[in-house]
Design a protein around this ligand. Structure first.
Ligand SMILES: [Fe+2]
Length: 466
């Protein structure tokens, strides 16, 4: 059933079978001297490939590009999750194609299928590999060695989103989890970790239905939980049908809560069905909340409940603005597309997270190419979604999420660099590309050349040298 949806696998999705250290990489152009630190990236890289396995279930592999005084080095390591270690010791796969599905010959005691493959963030002195089904996995920043799960002195339990938000004003990290009372349940958790790494809040509540909740929205005073109809169903899963499926008739819900409020005070807003993996940014504007998201008309990568794929002509994300009226006049929220360009993996200057932003960037498809399978450019937009710059790669190449790095701590919003990994199709290897964030159209100012490729991954972050 599911493999029909994933039959067109992009060329750079296959895993690489090794870990490496490259102390001196060739740099084309000149690396900006302000860039002192490490870009960490994460993505699925199955240790043992399982035919037809969903892209999302591959073991996490970390890629670290360390930049210092114009020089570049690289290191990659798998995250040593319990699953990875058990499979490594046995020399074979124990988990199958789906989410947490074990193969028949797997040891009974092995129940943790966590892959820690989605994001890597730095908060309160800890580098954390994240994947939404499990707790954060702490990573040693220099060696990329795995330290193990982080549960904040036992105060946090269950699934933890790969997209927590770090408040730039307070340093607080706000997070949620879905499937919080077990697989395919409608329970969400919500919590916060303060700037010193102490859990200050942890609560659970029921959403309108069980769904895959990849990202959420945090502003200065509010938190918003999108419940969108990639539904989860244990009943389906037990019958061997898709555990997650596209059910647009359920509609879209977004729960709005005060950050210091209680789950029972959540106000649910409604709209037509859509799907969003990623929020660009959101902010408060008087009695309104504005949230810019990359919205799909129909969910990609997941089938209908009967296994049929969703409509490929509608399974593309575009920059869309959601508007919530907090005056109580309506329980509907507005959805307005700001561009027709296909894009994903949006980022902002994180010093403006949750605040009005005037710059955003995302990876985009090349509208001049017949195939939209790969993200092959970068677009820079202003606070109204208007394109300020647009760079397209040579045909065939593809690009990762672009990560913004400010030029200095007090540089103006958007003044800095974009770091993205580009796959060079013809040479079958990857470059770390550095763009001037306010002039992406000029192309990369520097390329750090790897001898191998970094498979298509998900997310990463820059950690500046202390
Ligand atoms: Fe994501």
């Amino acid at each position: 059933m599911q493999q029909d949806v994933f039959s067109q696998v992009p060329a750079n999705r296959a895993p690489i079978p090794f870990e490496a250290d490259a102390p001196f990489l060739k740099v084309v152009g000149e690396l900006p001297r302000e860039l002192n630190g490490t870009l960490y990236r994460n993505g699925p890289n199955p240790q043992f490939e399982v035919a037809g396995a969903h892209w999302f279930v591959g073991d996490g592999m970390l890629h670290a590009f360390h930049l210092e005084n114009g020089r570049a080095s690289y290191r990659n390591r798998w995250v040593r999750t319990p699953k990875w270690k058990a499979e490594h010791d046995a020399g074979r796969a124990f988990f199958g194609r789906g989410f947490g599905s074990k193969l028949p010959n797997a040891p009974a005691h092995l129940t943790d299928g966590g892959v820690a493959n989605t994001n890597i963030i730095f908060h309160a002195g800890k580098l954390l590999a994240l994947e939404e089904g499990h707790l954060p996995t702490e990573i040693e920043p220099g060696t990329l060695a795995t330290r193990g799960y982080c549960n904040y002195q036992g105060r946090v339990a269950g699934p933890f989103t790969a997209h927590p938000k770090i408040d730039p004003l307070t340093g607080e990290m706000v997070f949620f989890g879905y499937n919080a009372s077990g697989p395919l349940t409608p329970t969400l958790s919500y919590g916060a970790i303060d700037a010193s790494g102490k859990a200050t809040r942890f609560a659970r509540f029921e959403a309108p239905y069980a769904s895959m909740v990849h990202d959420f929205i945090v502003t200065e005073n509010h938190v918003l939980f999108p419940i969108l109809p990639i539904t989860g169903s244990m009943e389906r899963a037990m019958k061997g049908r898709p555990p997650y499926a596209w059910e647009p008739e359920k509609g879209a819900y977004v729960g709005v809560m005060k950050r210091n409020g209680k789950p029972e005070d959540i106000v649910w807003f409604r709209a037509e069905a859509c799907y969003v993996f990623h929020v660009i940014n959101a902010w408060e504007d008087g009695n309104r909340i504005i949230a810019d998201v990359m919205q799909f008309e129909e969910a990609p990568l997941f089938p209908h409940p009967d296994g049929r794929p969703t409509n490929p002509d509608k399974s593309f994300a575009r920059h869309c603005r959601w508007t919530f009226d907090l005056t109580g006049n309506t329980d509907r929220f507005q959805q307005t597309y700001l561009d027709d360009l296909t894009g994903e993996f949006p980022r902002v200057d994180d010093r403006r997270a949750g605040l009005k932003t005037n710059h955003g960037w995302y990876a985009c498809a090349n509208p001049r190419l017949p195939m939209f399978a790969a993200l092959s450019g970068i677009v820079h937009v202003d606070g109204a979604g208007k394109r300020l710059g647009h760079y397209l790669l040579p045909a065939g190449d593809s690009i990762s999420e672009p990560v913004f790095v400010e030029r200095s701590k007090d540089a103006a919003e958007g003044d800095g660099w974009l770091l993205a990994v580009i796959w060079r199709a013809r040479e079958n290897r990857s470059d770390l590309a550095v763009f001037n964030a306010t002039d992406v159209e000029a192309g990369p100012v520097a390329l750090v050349q790897l001898g191998h490729r970094v498979p298509d991954g998900f997310h990463g972050n820059w950690v500046g040298a202390a």
